[in-house]
Write a protein that binds this ligand. Sequence first.
Ligand code: S3P
Length: 185
Amino acid sequence: MNTRSVPLKEKNIIFIGFMGVGKTSIGKAVAKKLYRDFLDVDQVIEEEYGMPVPEIFNKLGEKTFREKEKEVIINLCQKKKLHILSLGGGSFLQEEIKKACLEHCIVIHLDLSWDSWKERINLIIDSRPVLKGKSMEDMEELFNKRKAIYADHHSSVLTDSQEIEEVADYIVNSLKWAWELNEPQ
Ligand code: S3P
């Protein structure tokens, strides 16, 4: 597909960022405001295997999960279906995924400070196999290390102390500006 010929307005929108930053909640809110369909890639994978992500890691291994993650994302991001997609926090570790997303979609990074993220640990720890058995120091190290994979994006939004609706409104307004400015004459 020649991506240059795809108007900005017709590209899928992808949310990336560390586990628990709010990609799914914010993605859903943005989708609602733009009348688009929302897809959570982890959920698509869970439906394919008929089990939750921790069980996929346990029974089939991380490698199988990552292979399926690549297949699902590359397939979805090239479809011109005006989707909003939320990606798992580790997906951009795979260069092929990163490349395909940046080439075909609008990639929005959701950022959060370590101090704010720390407050959410209890909400997510049981459902994230990557955090299993990690100390606070290990998690902080992973949090900082992962920053490098999210550095490539089309836009980044710091979500600290903001409500889901506020962030979603900001993103929708920014997108509308970009679409207007890039409207073919
Ligand atoms: C992962 C993040 C998770 C999920 C899996 C691995 C990671 O998604 O894909 O547990 O490696 O960061 P969320 O970012 O939606 O939590």
